[in-house]
Design a protein around this ligand. Sequence first.
Ligand SMILES: Nc1ncnc2c1ncn2[C@@H]1O[C@H](COP(=O)(O)OP(=O)(O)OP(=O)(O)O)[C@@H](O)[C@H]1O
Length: 703
Amino acid sequence: MSTPADAPTAHAPASDDPTADDPLARERSHLAASRSALRAMREDVESLDIRDVTANWVNAEVLARQIEDRIKALADLSGTPLFFGRLDYLHAPGADRAEGAGGERPRPEAAYQTLHIGRRHVHDADGDPMVIDWRAPVSQPFYRASKKDPMDVGLRRRFGYTGGDLSAYEDEHLSDPAEAAATSKLLQQEIERPRVGPMRDIVATIQPEQDEIVRSGLTGTVCVQGGPGTGKTAVGLHRVAYLLYAHRERLARTGTLVIGPNKSFLHYIEQVLPALGELTVRQATVDDLVAHVEVRGADEAAAAVVKGDARMAQVLRRAVYAHVTMPAEPVVVVRGSRRWRVPAYELEEIVRELLDRGIRYGAAREALPQRIAHAVLVQMERAGEAPDDRVQDAVARNAAVKAAVKAIWPPVDPAKLVLRLLTDAEFLAAHAEGVLTEEERATILWDRPVRSVKAARWSAADAVLIDEATDLVERTHSLGHVVLDEAQDLSPMQYRAVGRRCTTGSATVLGDLAQGTTPWATRTWQEALAHLGKGEGVIEELTAGFRVPTDVIAYASRLLPHIAPDLTPVASVRENPGFFEVRTSESDADVVAACAELLRHEGSTGLIAADARVPALAGALTAAGLTYLSPGQETTAETRLTLVPASLAKGLEYDYVVLDEPRAVVDGEPDERTGLRRLYVSLTRAVSGLIVTHTTPLPAQLT
Ligand SMILES: Nc1ncnc2c1ncn2[C@@H]1O[C@H](COP(=O)(O)OP(=O)(O)OP(=O)(O)O)[C@@H](O)[C@H]1O
């Protein structure tokens, strides 16, 4: 590795001879010893005999599964070294920083001054640490310490590796005033490493501003605005891994969820958390969360906008509670020779009290018979009887009480309710009065009657309405933490659907206002947080770009004044200037030729095109004998080309990109601003090189 004068001291192996003076050889032997220690830890677990300690087979099953998970977690991934960094503290760090501090298993590593930082904790036979988990408080200076604030660290060492082996190291003497601060060569190499296969973790090179977000506390919601390639997705995933470490028991109980825009995106990111040892995090799209009905239809944009508007929540609430009818008749309960009468005014008091309590419609409906029975019991006591709980239960189940409850507080089926709102103009008008305009109501009404919930051609936005109605009837289960990626595309009603899945937990919201391509795209993060029910959330901005080369991001940023004028353009931290060319093409064969040209380089290539252009380009690729994948299919050494419809490009990246016909990408959207945003997304997928090909003139905003 070359060592420019102002770079941290970087070293490559002098020879294969592990002499005592060769620091890399010493580190390699520490790596070998750590591997054996990890093997011993695994063997310890594997040799556990649970036959004597479990009383029954159920316990035995549970324990066996726990042991199996532990063995999996202790696996040594051959492709990555057990540690990627080292910290030499000037003084032994205090116990407050020990691995596990803030977490649940304090360990004694605080007594050690030299610590190797890796993906997981490894200890030797005496329990002494050999590798410290990157998430431990004591590891934090690896990501945050600087010349300005060395955090009591004398030496920070970063390792370069090839496969699972250490191949280089780089030292920074943070407390040495004579050594100039400089950017890390190993970080540069890591950023520039070709992309093949699914998304990788960035645990060895998390940057200080990213680390602040990763390690922010479990109780607060964080919203990250960041341009393309600033590491939002990476940061969100590492934050989940961090929270699972710091609050393992609590989150194991409450659960964590990562939400992404579509299946191919989720597939692209699905390896990151398992590589960090976290196997339990669920992934879903918003559509998956609200899948109460089968979605077979699609809305016109205008209808989807109204259905996604937060005012629909008010319409639904009114429609649900309109089912409650104030009692006009008394309830008369006959028991033995006696009749007990709860007058209508008293029933009304009970109903009003339940309405005021703000509990769910369904919960109140369940409480109502007991309340009526209680009123009967009070009368019995007044009459000198001594009824107990069993009597109250019996009264609650009495036919007269049941009939009254059915009349006052009937069951509501959320899907049927939404169906009625969308098909019954009078019903909709009654509940949308003063909330939706007549025109808005007409926009969402279906033009044909529908026989049943099953027969309806529900749209994605309808499913969200059903989810809202379901939550009015029955409280949605809340998780401990939710990561919401590509959030800018959610409608207010979708934010609400996500928000009710973390009412008692917190969220990490990730997005870029400039990449919003839905008609209801988020305008401000404050608004988004309010819809999510997390108005107190903190908004952070990331502006350093790790993906897109300088020339390419500068070109794409020409669109910013037209699509999101208030945002800061991304500043690429890549030193490699990359490759950028705009070409006129005569035919699809020229586009295919550009792909073939880029495929001569190492790594993945994406051909991004307007959705309408995809079939023609697919034909041209096949005619030229070039095999290609669809987004979400994993690139392999044999097939490194993916044909990407512009509508699916969000969140993905390729080493090289051919962007076909920008004009067609813009024209593929209902309005120009959305079109330009789609183009901005498509232009910012390349890591090392971009060729833009066009037959029709480029959009004026680019020239
Ligand atoms: N600290 C880092 N070290 C190395 N690579 C990084 C770092 N941060 C981000 N990257 C890499 O930069 C690329 C872009 O990251 P990511 O996809 O998380 O960005 P994003 O902000 O979500 O982008 P988009 O807005 O396009 O969805 C990824 O390959 C990621 O691994």
